[in-house]
Design a protein around this ligand. Structure first.
Ligand SMILES: [Fe+2]
Length: 139
């Protein structure tokens, strides 16, 4: 459980970095989109951290370096897609060894993560189809 909280915090930091890179490359719509994604991840972190606190579980951070090097919209989306897949793998791994009570709490995260990965698959497809116009379709 505490590893999942760390993963969400890493996702928050990762999306903040993606937002900064997007901004530096003048992809303002994408920067705003990633900034919102960062806030979502912070919400997930808070939910997991609160659950750990309520269950008197220790929260130990295992923060990873977020040294993304990319400069195109497609590369940024691919990094976000990879980030979401990794979070999903962590949730699935934790779910398989969790108590039933923890699984009931994690159910919402399992579903959310499937949707997050699918969202980036759709965004990558839209970017492929639309090219530069894709940015104006983000909301
Ligand atoms: Fe998340």
């Amino acid at each position: 459980m505490n590893l999942l909280a760390s993963n969400e915090m890493n996702a928050f930091l990762g999306y903040q970095q993606l937002a900064l890179i997007a901004k530096a490359n003048a992809f303002d719509e994408l920067a705003a989109f990633f900034a919102r994604e960062a806030q979502d991840e912070l919400t997930h972190y808070n939910a997991l951290a609160d659950y750990c606190i309520n269950c008197k579980l220790e929260i130990t951070f295992k923060l990873c370096e977020c040294a993304f090097s990319c400069s195109t919209v497609r590369e940024l989306l691919e990094l976000a897609h990879t980030l979401e897949k990794k979070i999903g793998e962590g949730i699935n791994a934790a779910y398989s060894i969790s108590s039933r009570a923890d699984q009931i709490f994690l159910d919402q995260f399992v579903l959310k993560q499937v949707n997050e990965v699918a969202k980036y698959e759709r965004l990558l497809m839209r970017e492929k189809l639309l090219g530069a116009v894709f940015l104006s379709t983000l909301k």
